[in-house]
Design a protein around this ligand. Structure first.
Ligand code: PMP
Length: 338
């Protein structure tokens, strides 16, 4: 997987306007309750000025949520921004980035922009191959997008202790499953965890993400990221959610997990074999995924289709939301597969 930035194409956004959008793994229960109030209280005059350069109020709230010191937090315009900045900060042209295959599709894009080459590693050989590749950056995603697979702490620990690299662990879906490796940070100077407000925290429209790492990694990533990446309004809303809505967030995440398991059972009984998932989505292997996606779209339902995934083949990735929505999806799926 070596490309140049001239070959990159725009991210293909799911068409808007579907009655039911199960394509992007956001919180289908909506935004948390404090958001409307905080937006109402936000003074317009504040918006003629720049926000704080590195979001100290938000860092304090995140540090408390993550159980670390605020010197260990870097924020960004979505976790995309943190990932991109980290890859730019730690990768030099010609370096190698190693990652699971399949995994988050933006990582090869960020690597390519920084003139890194990318090597995708099969699940079965993850620990051994990560040790032998001698990459400068290792990217691990748990629960993984698009498979939903959870990596054990032992696996992450083994890879990190063997690595002579920056190890990025993307925990975008950690509120839905798996164990965070935040407790490993004290032992590993080369570890950067990234997370987002776009999934369980219900704030995808505000574009806020963060990284957790040693202060040395944080300041290197911030140096590359630059100031003012989190807007004033996003900082206030996100801090407000961490201060007021954690119960709501946990409740909805729990419901997503219960519905995910129920959804998996319902798919099994229709003859599908979704992959085991620790996230708020299921990956369902199906032949001709693009065709099925398009037939579902004709019925007003958006999902994400993948073609020829390594070791899996074609598959649909479907976000889990409130049960009535999943029931509508199941009915539509049974119809389009006839
Ligand atoms: N990491 C993973 C694994 C994701 O699935 C996503 C969103 N699809 C992101 C990072 C980026 O999310 P955001 O920029 O909204 O924080």
């Amino acid at each position: 997987m070596t490309a140049t930035s001239r070959e990159l194409v725009r991210y293909s956004e799911t068409e808007r306007g579907c009655r039911i959008d199960l394509s992007d793994n956001t919180n289908l229960w909506g935004a948390p309750p404090s958001v409307a109030r905080v937006l109402g209280e936000f003074g317009a005059p504040e918006l003629s000025r720049y926000p704080s350069a590195y979001s100290p109020r938000l860092k304090r709230a995140i540090a408390k949520y993550a159980g670390v010191d605020e010197s260990m937090i870097v924020t960004g315009c979505g976790s995309d921004d943190v990932l991109d900045s980290a890859i730019r900060a730690f990768g030099a042209p010609g370096d190698l980035l190693a990652m699971q295959n399949p995994s988050f599709s933006m990582i090869p894009v960020f690597a390519t922009v920084s003139s890194l080459s990318v090597k995708g590693v099969d699940r079965a050989r993850l620990v051994d191959e990560m040790a032998s590749l001698d990459a400068q950056i290792i990217y691990l995603c748990t629960p993984n997008n698009p498979t939903g697979e959870v990596l054990s702490l032992e696996t992450i620990e083994e890879i990190t202790s063997n690595a002579n690299a920056l190890v990025i662990v993307d925990e975008a879906y950690i509120e839905f499953g798996g164990t965070s490796c935040v407790n490993m940070l004290g032992r590993f100077e080369n570890l950067l965890i990234t997370r987002t407000f776009s999934k369980a925290l219900g704030l995808a429209g505000f574009r806020i993400g963060y990284g957790i790492a040693s202060p040395a990694i944080v300041s290197r990533v911030e140096g590359v990221r630059g100031p003012y990446k989190v807007s004033a309004i996003s900082e206030v809303v996100a801090a407000g959610v961490l201060e007021n809505d954690l119960e709501w967030v946990a409740e909805k995440a729990q419901e997503a997990v219960a519905n995910r398991n129920r959804f998996a059972r319902a798919l099994n009984s229709l003859g599908f074999t979704p992959m085991e998932s620790g996230a708020n989505f299921l990956l369902i292997p199906v032949a001709e995924a693009r065709e099925i996606e398009s037939r579902l779209r004709d019925r007003g339902i958006a999902v994400r289709a993948f073609e020829r995934l390594n070791g899996i083949g074609d598959a649909l990735r479907v976000t889990v939301g409130p049960w009535p929505v999943m029931e509508e999806f199941l009915e539509a799926l049974a119809e389009v597969m006839k």
